[in-house]
Design a protein around this ligand. Sequence first.
Ligand code: PHE
Length: 374
Amino acid sequence: MTDIHALKVELSSEIEAANDLQKLDEVRVSVLGKKGRITALMKTLGGMSPEERKTTGQALNVLKDEIAALIKSQEAALKKQEMEERLATETLDISLASRPERKGTIHPISQTIEELVTIFGAMGFKVAEGPDIEDDWHNFTALNFPPGHPAREMQDTFFLPEDPREEGEKAKKLLRTHTSSVQIRNMQETMKNASQDGGPPIKTICFGRTYRSDYDMTHTPMFHQMECLFVDKDVTMAHLKGCLTDFVRSFFNLDDLPVRFRPSFFPFVEPGAEVDIGYIKKPDGSIQLGKAKEGDEQKWMEILGSGMVHPNVLKNCGIDPETYQGFAFGTGIERLAMLKYGIPDLRTFFECDVRWLSHYGFDPLERPNSATGQ
Ligand code: PHE
């Protein structure tokens, strides 16, 4: 028994003397490990008389528990001490500037569409949609392009394989070359529901991707168009001129922006007109939209195609041209954005360059003229 007591005193002072975690672990292994001193003593129990084994066994178990508890508390004390030392010596430099956060921007196309929705929404137009994959009938024939007529060549069309489920012109699939095909779908849809809704008026605006085989600084194989359609009784060219003039002046924020209508040909309108807006060339060669002051030369650029919906187009959609008339116009959305925001190259719109986007894109919270009403 005295041995055990002496051992306890000795081991306690060894544990106390272990002043780091590694030394403490060495002590633990030398006492409680497989070849440890207490383990060795336990092994001697087998050679003792039952009486002796009982008392020594009990005493050894108590000793083992006490030593284990001592090691545990020494370990906790050492860990605490280590943490205190680290807290006292280590510092975190919170004065270092954080990395700047990347903020996304709104693409100029999205911004421009939103501005157009705001302008036409205020005039009572609803947004219409149609498919990018069209058929020959909706893209050309219904729009009064005669079969084989050179007018079809005006637009370099991407044709797709024929659709075996359809027949004739509806089987001839293509990527729509303009959003005018949406006019047709819009008028057909209206006439389908005419028995309940009573047919026109139709007052829609459509935005969407259009496709032509062309690529240079001002043409990309995919671009966006906007299309406006108004069909009602007694619609005249005066309505078209008024609506268009209001729209371009409002879009470019120029109350006196000169607007000029020039006769032009599109198979689906009669009469047809191209619309020009006025600008001046500044001495540095750049252009400025607006009215020329005295001494400056008034210059004009074409921005859209327009006209009165051709009677054949109305008939193709089941609308009686004797009762209803309409006007329509269409234009490229990129072109509007380039002019308004001074973007020189159309191709850059689709290159997905983040530097371009952060330069020409719009802060989502501070957009000009957007639907947020700023
Ligand atoms: N669809 C014509 C184009 O793509 C534009 C247009 C639309 C012209 C409506 C007249 C009326 O060039």
